[in-house]
Write a protein that binds this ligand. Sequence first.
Ligand code: KG4
Ligand code: ZN
Length: 400
Amino acid sequence: MPGSGLILAIESSCDETAAAVVERGARTLSSVVASQIATHARYGGVVPELASREHLRAVVPVVRAALAEAGVSLGDLDAIAVTSGPGLAGALLVGITYAKALAFASGLPLIAVNHLEGHIHAVLLNERSMPDGNISADTEPALALVVSGGHTHLYLATPADGSWHYSLIGRTLDDAAGEAFDKVAKLLGLGYPGGPWIDNLALHGNPKAVPFAFSRIKTKLHLAGRAPRTKAAKTAPIADLDPNFLFSFSGIKTAVLRYVELHNLRPEAESRREALFTGIDAPARPTIENALAQCEPQTLDLIASFQHAVVGDLLKKTFAAAESLGVRRILVTGGVAANRELRTRFTAESARRNVSVSFPTLALSTDNAAMIAAAAWPRFVAKEFASSELSADPSLALGR
Ligand code: KG4
Ligand code: ZN
């Protein structure tokens, strides 16, 4: 049934194997995500070799489940889309190889999607699928904050001829915000990924107890025009970016560690939490109540203050960038966009400034394939197909 507008997308860039069927980048027929959290949790982070192995195991059943849930077969589709980067090389290759095989076997075109563009389209997909959908989803320029475990990037997203153009406005110089959540959670003996644990535990602490400060980024160090060493995607040289829109989250992790050491935050409580999360004492996944019972008030204050500081920094720089660009629409996306304090404070600030702010649904905030299918739709319309030579690009950049 060519012309059905149905795209099957596959996402395997990090630690979720996902497949989805989306119609015309707007209506999600299915979105299946197989998480590898249980595999990586005991190591406190993603182990690339294990990720590839888990993707290999999961990709066929996940794609089958996505087709079955959508009630379609390969013959009903218009195209196959796949994440080609950025991400873990071996993990990306699993999705790409399978997508290529499916495209070859079915004679369908293959569309390569940038994972970061996917995150931006998670919000647009959400807006398009609203009952009064499509009003501003594809017409108004937006400032997009992509804030995840691998990225903290600000893009100006401009719609043009049914497609989108992106220019990089700001980014982190070192750790991504989600990485800071994960590292702080790890040093406090909490589970992986750390963001959801910190999000929940922060509700029980005083966010003003520890005054963490973000110092102004000094760009002189980077003015040679070289991009700094970073695990994030290769992008424009730092010297081209306004220092007011640059982030740095490696310092706060050290500040948290120093606070723990200085205040001698009961090491035995930390190892009890660690035991809880590595499953030595608890074979089942711990609940928030379990974790809460192992956190003294001072630790809860520290957690709340850390989150408050990170969210405050993201908020300040994002709204400053929107104001400086004259943009009245902000999209916040990526795993950290699931954070409750972040959503509350961005929503309040946008009301105060009369700027709109949109988030994906919680399920679409973290990695999924529906966002990849949504981002593939304008490429399908423009007939921007990938060649059979398509390969993984672990440091693929978005925009200029
Ligand atoms: O987008 P994502 O699923 O994967 C990447 O592309 O990185 O984001 C995962 C990141 C992890 O660092 C995780 O700790 C963080 O998002 N995260 C959160 C929350 N849920 C996930 N961070 C803060 N609050 C949350 N509720
Ligand atoms: Zn992601």
